[in-house]
Design a protein around this ligand. Structure first.
Ligand code: TYC
Length: 114
């Protein structure tokens, strides 16, 4: 984004006021949006399967994975990581495919971080 800031002092009509006009242009760095990847609770997916998913696809330790699994179990969902759009999409696809292949109803979704 480019922002122009114009500051004028003195009367606009007066002669020779140009000397007090200042114009600045600042180019702000744009960062790409980040996406939260979330795991949703269900009544059927085994707890150990969810822990395994978190270790395998999100590189979390067993202890971190168990903690997040319990948060999902108790609260209904939890953010398991924040990634670029491309990486988030890949994680969601990997988890959904792995759950499907093991016939578990585990759901994984992504949402833009504000
Ligand atoms: N609620 C499941 C059970 O009691 C465990 C579970 C946890 C399932 C997290 C999904 O994302 C999930 N077996």
């Amino acid at each position: 984004m480019v922002t122009h800031i114009h500051t004028m002092t003195g009367s606009p009509e007066g002669p020779g006021n140009d000397s007090s006009i200042m114009t600045k242009t600042k180019a702000k760095t744009q960062r790409p949006p980040l996406y939260k990847v979330m795991l949703l609770n269900d009544d059927y997916t085994p707890m150990e399967f969810v822990v395994h998913v978190l270790e395998r696809f999100f590189g979390l330790s067993h202890a971190q994975s168990f903690e997040i699994m319990l948060t999902v179990h108790k609260k209904g969902l939890a953010v398991v990581g924040v990634f670029s759009h491309e990486v988030a999409e890949t994680k969601v696809a990997q988890v959904m495919d792995f759950a499907r292949r093991h016939q578990h109803p585990l759901q994984c979704t992504m949402e833009k971080e504000e």
